[in-house]
Design a protein around this ligand. Structure first.
Ligand SMILES: NC(=O)c1ccc[n+]([C@@H]2O[C@H](COP(=O)([O-])OP(=O)(O)OC[C@H]3O[C@@H](n4cnc5c(N)ncnc54)[C@H](OP(=O)(O)O)[C@@H]3O)[C@@H](O)[C@H]2O)c1
Length: 221
């Protein structure tokens, strides 16, 4: 099985590398600095340098992966923003979140999805319950919420262009990582183990599904 993890220097992405390697898969994973690349290589995966906010960096991905068939591609890279709707977001904060969480995924799809199609594989995007419009009850993390809702639309809209691939948007739950913090109820190992089962069980649908880490579909988007 061939896996690619985009954004794997630490946290959920690195844990996907660890678990898929332990399951015997061949894994390619990306990081944007030397320390992250080393952590990936230490797990026996092939490490590629990639900053998802840099279009030149992502367009290099296509030729670096030339000829690969990818069974599972994961877009994990993401950044969080604080602040709610009582303060205008700064342009820098807005751009950072939208470029990493949305534009990066939209740049990656045309590069990676053809290789997922070739394998009849799955393209998984780590989104968030915080981007669930139908369930929102607070503006906390306002820009982040907007970015994940936009990511969901990017994923849903792209699926028909790659009919032999299965696109899935998954929320990892609230997970103990640098982003999730120490109070999060889910250990990263448990979240990723659940998500691997959910990914393996995901079926191709005409409309992309937005799933919780444990496979439960969200009602609406
Ligand atoms: N933890 C949670 O509770 C939670 C909940 C819902 C959704 N999520 C989502 O899960 C994903 C992973 O989050 P995490 O909890 O593992 O967070 P994390 O520990 O903060 O890790 C974030 C990852 O994204 C990478 N990244 C950020 N900007 C990047 C860029 N420009 N190019 C390439 N990689 C970049 C980071 O790489 P660097 O080391 O280079 O910064 C790091 O590998 C994110 O999409 C996040 O929104 C997390």
């Amino acid at each position: 099985m061939n896996i690619i993890v985009l954004g794997a220097s630490r946290g959920i992405g690195l844990e996907f590398v660890r678990q898929y390697r332990a399951a015997g898969a061949s894994v390619i994973a990306t990081a944007r600095d030397a320390a992250g690349l080393q952590r990936i290589e230490a797990l026996g995966a092939k490490a590629l340098k990639l900053d998802v906010t840099d279009p030149a960096s992502i367009s290099g991905l296509g030729w670096q992966l030339d000829g690969e068939k990818i069974d599972v591609a994961l877009y994990v890279a993401g950044v969080y923003t604080r602040g709610g709707a009582t303060e205008p977001p700064s342009r820098e904060e807005f751009d950072r979140a939208m470029h990493t969480n949305v534009l990066g995924a939209m740049q990656a799809i045309p590069q990676v999805a053809p290789m997922v199609e070739a394998a009849g594989g799955k393209f998984v995007f780590i989104t968030s319950e915080m981007g669930h419009i139908a369930g929102v009850d607070s503006s906390y993390g306002w820009v982040y919420r907007v970015s994940k809702a936009a990511l969901n639309m990017a994923v849903a809209a792209a699926q028909p262009d790659y009919p032999r691939a299965t696109f899935v948007a998954i929320s990892p739950g609230w997970v103990k990582t640098d982003m999730g913090g120490a109070d999060a109820p889910l250990e990263v190992g448990a979240s990723v183990e659940w998500m691997r089962h959910t990914i393996a069980a995901a079926q191709h649908r005409r409309h992309v599904q937005f799933l919780d880490y444990n496979g439960q579909p969200f009602k609406g988007w």
